[in-house]
Write a protein that binds this ligand. Sequence first.
Ligand SMILES: Cc1ncc(COP(=O)(O)O)c(C=O)c1O
Length: 397
Amino acid sequence: MSYERYRAALADEPLPAALIDLDAVDRNLERLLAPVRAAGKTLRVASKSVRCVELLRYLLERGDVCAGIMAYTVTEAAHLVEHGFDDVLVAYPSAQPSDARLLAELNQGDAHVSIVVDSPEHLARLEAGAADIGGTIPLIVEVDMSWKPLGAHLGVRRSPLRTATQAADLADSVGDHPHLHFAGVMGYEAQIAGLQDANPFAPLLNPAKKLIRRRSRPSVVRTRREIGEALAARGLTYEVFNGGGTGSIHWSTQEDVLTEVTAGSGFLDSHLFDYYSDLSFDPAALFALQVVRVPGPGFVTCHGGGWVASGEPGLDKHPVPYLPPGLKLLGMEACGEVQTPLIVPKGLEIGIGDPVFFRHAKAGELAEHTNEYLFVRGDAVERRAPTYRGEGRCFLG
Ligand SMILES: Cc1ncc(COP(=O)(O)O)c(C=O)c1O
């Protein structure tokens, strides 16, 4: 049983400790890659959901159709290039002159580091920085993929570009900037890939979310196809057309226009990914706390645990106790800054000194709380690797 396996692996480790179960990672990798391989595409690994250089390297080396990283800041991209990664797409814009200069510098070597843009202002700022340094910055035009039935906005607030014509206009205008190069398009369907439609913490909303996930697909497919056609009509060629996420990989791989899809969270299966009606992965990233108190019959208290995830506040953003099975958080305290009390199910023997294994809500944010990941295979720690935090790096916190 996994509890005994993890317990044996971490027997001599000081707690809290975070572990990555490589056997589970391998299974998740295969589940994510099978549809990508079948569609003849590649998978770009979302580093925000990993935040550990050695784990990123493991995924790229192990995954036959994994190619490139989707990074979340330019300084992170530079860090990855220093570590030998040579294909990085920064998927969130930056308006900082220092980032524009750094991007130009990074592209002077062998690495290809692109960044998303969605406005003429982004182009002007990147052009100014690149002109200072020389060389060219590859750009990815990001297009909004939200669903707009009857004028509503169902999706996240990312790019203001809504139509194929708007996307092609911006792509066309890249040619007016001597230090910029149009490299491709990104359209991330967050209202499908990032919307949990089987969430036990908000069950009443699940039917509506399921409807949004299903009904918004045709508009995503159509918009992406129209973008491909609009670019072709203007003679604009692209190297990359990126879309998809863990929560949509099975159907986004079927779109001809996409050259690649992205995934990150599915490799580690943080607990928010339990709450999709059509996904199934194996938990692969855990953290262990020690039981330090038995405050009364039917309770134990762990030391630490308040590793709460970003996003709309809610109990689903708290870690969940995972092993041994059956432990439950207390509504009044949940996961606290210094202690996390748990309700012990009848029949479970657990006491002071025992470890409890938790799952974080979000895969990447776990790495912000710990310096090191213990890579476990079977019942042993195979090796250990620093997280970004362990390397002394914090890119967005
Ligand atoms: C642009 C983009 N693509 C893909 C993803 C999917 O990442 P994951 O697979 O970790 O959910 C995200 C997540 O926010 C994203 O921002």
